[in-house]
Design a protein around this ligand. Structure first.
Ligand code: NDP
Length: 333
């Protein structure tokens, strides 16, 4: 079982990840925050043995096997590279970094240190998305032609900080949510995006030029096109994920969330049926697969390369919106 060091005294760690590490038998041994008092109070609140404001101190002691990096996005690169150099396995939050080159450097550092790196794209772990992927593989909707992702949500007041005020920290809805859509589409469709077009909007939350809404379309290598709608400003929309094929449609509802919930309907000539779903906490599954990968059993649910790809598409989406044209997507791993 892994001993985890937290890099970042974050909300996501407090609300989901510390519980997930412990639920699958891991131990959270240390936490690092830039502010020593905050580190100490976070450690106390969450019953974490040790706190520090120094990365070297977090990485230097023998009580950390793996780190979970959930600082703001601008800090991930240097922290991940330092962790890899210290021989720690890495579970990093999305987006991996602010440029694809930085994300590649992070994955390369982990590869050369021989440690596991994974991206915390939790939605691959949802029973809903796994069931849709399986149904497509079984040919239940025939050739997939279109997908639609509904991921416009309301950013809760306690998260209305750097995401809507700090471009330099990697704020904005595209780096926050479109990365998840990209990863989920790649996973469910088992297909790769080749181009993207998008328009952004400013609905009153984003400042300093940061977009708080986006609608766009991704073209995939099979010819399928996928529409996505992401926002921080939409209180009542609810989430969904649909794939429409030649012979049927998959309608996922309430599934672009952090919780083990939602349903999937399969609609074909034969009528409508709900796919059976074995819901499991998404982050726990992510951590369990990570632990297995460290033990040499299989791969994490979303790899470092998956993180490079979702970031590459998010950056292309930003470019598409700012240049008002379709942008080709080229993956360099
Ligand atoms: P937070 O704003 O909660 O945390 C980011 C950093 O902000 C922390 O590392 C901390 O710095 C500082 N901070 C947080 N709360 C306070 C506070 N009350 N006072 C002072 N400083 C504070 O961000 P999130 O947890 O929302 O996101 C962190 C990362 O996780 C991002 O990369 C984000 O994209 C990702 N994320 C991923 C999700 C997923 O489902 N995969 C969901 C949510 C976020 P310090 O550590 O120095 O104290």
């Amino acid at each position: 079982m892994l001993k985890w060091g937290l890099i970042g005294a974050s909300t996501i760690a407090a609300e989901h990840m510390i519980g997930a590490f412990r639920a699958v038998g891991g131990d959270v041994t240390a936490v690092m925050s830039a502010n020593p008092e905050r580190a100490a109070s976070y450690a106390k609140t969450h019953a974490i043995g040790r706190s520090t404001s120094e990365l070297d101190e977090l990485l230097g002691a023998g009580d950390v096997d793996a780190v979970y990096v959930s600082t703001t996005n601008d800090l991930h690169r240097d922290q991940v590279i330092a962790a890899a150099k210290a021989g720690k396995h890495v579970l990093c939050e999305k987006p991996l970094a602010l440029t694809a080159g930085d994300a590649r450097a992070m994955v390369a550092a982990c590869r050369s240190a021989g440690v596991v790196i994974a991206t915390n794209h939790h939605l691959r772990n949802a029973a809903t998305h796994r069931a849709m992927r399986e149904a497509i593989k079984q040919g239940r909707i025939g050739k997939p032609l279109f997908a639609r992702v509904f991921h416009a949500v309301y950013l809760p007041p306690h998260l209305q900080g750097w995401r809507i005020t700090k471009p330099e920290a990697g704020g904005g809805v595209i780096l926050d949510i479109t990365v998840h859509d990209t990863d989920t589409l790649r996973f469910v469709l088992d297909d790769e995006p080749v181009a993207v077009s998008a328009m952004t909007s400013h609905g009153g939350l984003g400042t300093s030029g940061l977009e708080d809404g986006v609608m766009g379309v991704m073209r995939f290598s099979s010819g399928l096109i996928a529409q996505f709608h992401d926002a921080f400003t939409t209180r009542y929309a609810k989430t969904g994920f649909e794939v429409h094929g030649e012979d049927g449609s998959l309608i996922g509802r309430d599934c672009m969330t952090q919780l083990p919930q939602g349903e999937v309907l399969l609609r074909t000539e034969a009528g409508e049926e709900a796919l059976p779903l074995a819901h499991e906490p998404l982050y726990e599954r992510s951590v369990r697969l990570f632990q297995d990968a460290v033990a040499g059993r299989g791969a994490p649910s979303a790899s470092g390369e998956d993180g490079i790809k979702s970031l590459t598409v998010a950056l292309a989406t930003l470019e598409a919106a700012s240049r008002a044209r379709e942008i080709p997507v080229h993956f360099e791993l």
